[in-house]
Design a binder for this molecule. Sequence first.
Ligand SMILES: NC(=O)c1ccc[n+]([C@@H]2O[C@H](COP(=O)([O-])OP(=O)(O)OC[C@H]3O[C@@H](n4cnc5c(N)ncnc54)[C@H](OP(=O)(O)O)[C@@H]3O)[C@@H](O)[C@H]2O)c1
Length: 357
Amino acid sequence: MTGHRPSLAVVGATGAIGGVMLRILSQHADVWGEVRLVASPRSAGRKLVVRGEESEVLALAEDVFDGIDVALFLVPDEVSARWAPIAASKGVVVIDDSAAFRLDDDVPLVVPEINPHAARLRPRGIVASPNCTTLSLIVAVGALHAEFGLRELIVSSYQAVSGAGRDGVAALREQLALVAGTELGTQPGDVRRALGDSAEATGSPFAAPVALNVVPWAGTDAGDGWSSEEIAIREECRKVLGLPDLKTTATCVYVPVIATHSMSVHARFENEVAVGKAHEILATAPGVVLFDSPASGDFPTPSDVVGTDPTWVGRVRRSMDDPHALEMFLCGDNLRKGAALNVAQIAESVAAEFPRA
Ligand SMILES: NC(=O)c1ccc[n+]([C@@H]2O[C@H](COP(=O)([O-])OP(=O)(O)OC[C@H]3O[C@@H](n4cnc5c(N)ncnc54)[C@H](OP(=O)(O)O)[C@@H]3O)[C@@H](O)[C@H]2O)c1
């Protein structure tokens, strides 16, 4: 059998994650043959640059998968739900970044630093990549789990607006322009009134103003008062870590940050924990940077971390009332490890399965 460099389709190449993916494909060691760019019919004919060359965007249709080995799906859930099985039925290995298949028993949910082997067994021809909050959290917590035995997670997120895609970024930029230079933010409801209908008119995906504000609701209604993002953290951490009974509580909050999610984490373990040992683990864990000298101002913040690959961890403390628990604060770029980078890492491991020329 003659080998070849696998061909790749990037579906959703024009989106927030798609843009980062094109940069990653241009920066990482090039393992691909043809790279085909795909989006909705709205974008057909647009030209985007990947690996230093202009390439024309094709409209999503069955024949865009002809001759393709691996397809990255960086599109809304409903588009993945419909089209990923079509691509898979043509023998394409699909790496899906949407929520459509993450909790499907026949679809592995993969974080290469934690469960790389899972990507090789894919009964439906689809591999899923977790939600951006799960991803930033799990590389750090998974490393600690291997040493101490994770039992419970309590997470509060401070999520960037790009978690809601291009529309989220557009909404924050527009709202910031409207409040800049005003005295708004001092009276009940003044920001909401000043933005008026503009939030709706610009298609803001947020349930409240996000400029000069925080919004404690991310995703859709998952019942019993929970948001879909909060349930995703719980179910995805359980699946990736192989801990079906892991106690997990999350409260997800949008903050006026463009990219990079932050999280305050309370992690309880089976074994007693020591900060020294936790530092040692985090300092050497793949995909993690320990940045923890708060008295000198060394702690992660989203504006310092944005654009970088790892999860940055700081403020590591042993809980005052529980020798089995650690508190920490972490930041991870939701568009890189939180999405495009994880998908690229999975795709590169799949590419390595193809026989070389
Ligand atoms: N943003 C994050 O932090 C993050 C993190 C993890 C996972 N994800 C997931 O990744 C996916 C993409 O997110 P995003 O933030 O990049 O969204 P986005 O900025 O809104 O981009 C959406 C992309 O999907 C394409 N698309 C929309 N409808 C389509 C259709 N009917 N047929 C073909 N292509 C279609 C769009 O193409 P056009 O330009 O032609 O409309 C665009 O390329 C979503 O499932 C999201 O949940 C996002």
